[in-house]
Design a protein around this ligand. Structure first.
Ligand code: PLP
Length: 481
């Protein structure tokens, strides 16, 4: 076998691949949720050297089953409750396949007019579905991840804070970034990449009960830093933290940012999409005040295969000022006319995929109604689980669970805190080894909590019930080591 795959061959193998995926979806419950391979096992199953002569596609499909599948953790399994969900859905898979089929590189409007304009439209659709403030309309862009979104926001904020100095001269004085202990690690990473450094990251206190950022402490830190000659660049508020889905008081934080003239980025990577439901719109409180940028990930809970993270800015000018460089080989009439968007200036890389196709497919297939139904199912299942945990005297529940995440731990009577934490982690390992479910953990106030994040499209009542029965049963065996 050699040479390019003909359209007829593509048709034949393409049908096999679609059938393979449909069979996988149908049979997903037969797999253990977490891959059971040892480190290096997949690697050892793969030939050390690439083939000299082309091989048939049948061989690839056979090896997929033989070598790859044992090393796959099944994120779409109804028993997957780890981290946050990374939803896949039929329409998103097909939209992504169309993107691959077109093979468009949409760095400039001129290299992909439809790629650019569909993205502008679906970003506006999503802003409308989430009821985001009007000033974000027309200013949305699809990034690969929320990590990239916050890096772009920091670069735009740096540009605005220093009047373009960072782009011209690099970082020449101490800049500061404000987060809390609950902020996602991607913010500190972005600060390092942007040249602010970990030393420029200020950690604002949180309310020990709600884990929400304290605006008064933020205010004090900003004043202190200014007085000490620092240049505050950006504050990141989080709606739905990764650890426990805590919600920072965006309105109060925005008011502090306004007074100090500092950029406010709102990271709602996981929870933001919940605002498709009117009853969840409280999570947008304060956005209409002072937020300069806002990010949420349809690739977590909103049925759109990774990667698809939306970033909106209230004013695109500082972002473009920070990122736009026009070499001769990219010059073209459309760009010079100023009538078009060149999304290369709204992100870190030059090249970009036609990601809007999958989000477009998802929004059109489900409609606003279907998207709401999916979010509501996750919220309802989490509420049911929390009610069972709350009613069981053997467990402690974290009261705050407005989304799909529930945090809890067994009480382990008679053990000290350290022993109890160890017992909780061992319990989690035993549960995950069962293959029926997959949980992760976090720490709150120094103590271990289990996290059960509900939201895979396949997860229904019986799966949550079965997981809870399994957790109780395993806990009843005691703190075995
Ligand atoms: C998941 C998450 C991120 C990182 O998202 P990626 O899109 O995977 O980079 C950032 N912030 C919060 C609050 C998250 O939950």
């Amino acid at each position: 076998m050699s040479g390019h795959m003909t359209p007829e061959e593509f048709r034949r193998y393409g049908k096999q691949v679609i059938d393979w995926i449909a069979d996988y979806q149908q049979g997903i419950e037969s797999y253990p949720v977490q891959a059971r391979v040892r480190p290096g096992e997949v690697l050892a199953g793969l030939p050390e050297h690439p083939p000299e002569r082309g091989e048939g596609f049948e061989g690839i499909l056979a090896d997929l089953d033989r070598v790859i599948m044992p090393g796959v953790t099944h994120w779409q399994h109804p028993g997957f409750f780890a981290y946050f969900p990374a939803n896949a859905s039929g329409p998103a898979i097909l939209g992504d396949l169309l993107s691959a089929g077109l093979g468009v590189q949409g760095m400039l409007w001129a290299t992909g007019p439809a790629c650019t304009e569909l993205e502008t439209r679906v970003a506006d659709w999503l802003a409308e579905l989430l009821d985001l403030p009007g000033r974000f309309r027309g200013n949305g862009v699809i990034q690969d991840s929320a990590s990239s979104a916050c890096l772009v926001a920091i670069l735009a904020a740096l540009h605005r804070a220093g009047g373009g100095e960072a782009a011209r001269e690099g970082i020449t004085r101490r800049h500061t970034l404000y987060i809390s202990s609950q902020t996602h690690s991607s913010l500190e990473k972005a600060a390092r990449i942007a040249g602010i450094g970990s030393a420029g990251v200020r950690v604002v206190d949180v309310d020990p009960r709600t884990l929400a950022m304290d605006p008064a402490h933020l205010d004090a830190l900003l004043s202190e830093d200014r007085a000490a000659g620092m240049l505050p660049v950006m504050v990141c508020a989080t709606v739905g933290t990764t650890s426990t889905t805590a919600v920072d008081p965006v309105a109060a934080i925005g008011e502090v940012c306004r007074r100090h003239g500092v950029w406010l980025h709102v990271d709602a990577a996981y929870a933001g999409v919940a605002a498709v439901c009117p009853e969840m719109r409280w999570i947008n409180d304060g956005l209409d005040g002072h937020a300069d940028s806002y990010a949420t990930d349809p690739h977590k809970w909103l049925l759109t295969n990774f990667d698809c993270s939306l970033l909106w800015t209230a004013d695109r000018a500082p972002m473009i000022g920070a990122l736009s460089i026009l070499p001769e080989y990219l010059r073209n009439q459309a760009t010079s006319s100023g009538e078009v968007i060149d999304y290369r200036d709204w992100q870190i890389p030059l090249g970009r995929r036609f990601r809007a196709l999958k989000l477009w497919s998802v929004i059109r297939w489900y409609g606003a109604e279907g998207l709401r139904e999916h979010i509501r199912t996750g919220v309802r299942l989490a509420r049911d689980l929390a009610s069972w945990i709350g009613a069981d005297p053997g467990f402690e529940l974290l009261d705050h669970h407005p989304f799909g995440l529930v945090c809890f731990r067994p009480r382990w009577e008679g053990l000290d805190d350290g022993e109890a934490d160890e017992a909780t982690l061992r319990l989690m390992e035993r549960l995950n080894a069962s293959g029926d479910l997959y949980l992760t953990h976090t720490k709150v106030g120094g103590r271990v909590l289990l996290r059960m994040a509900i939201g895979a499209p396949a997860t229904g009542d019986r799966h949550v019930r079965a997981a809870w029965d399994r957790i109780r049963e395993e806990t009843d065996k005691g703190p075995a080591w």
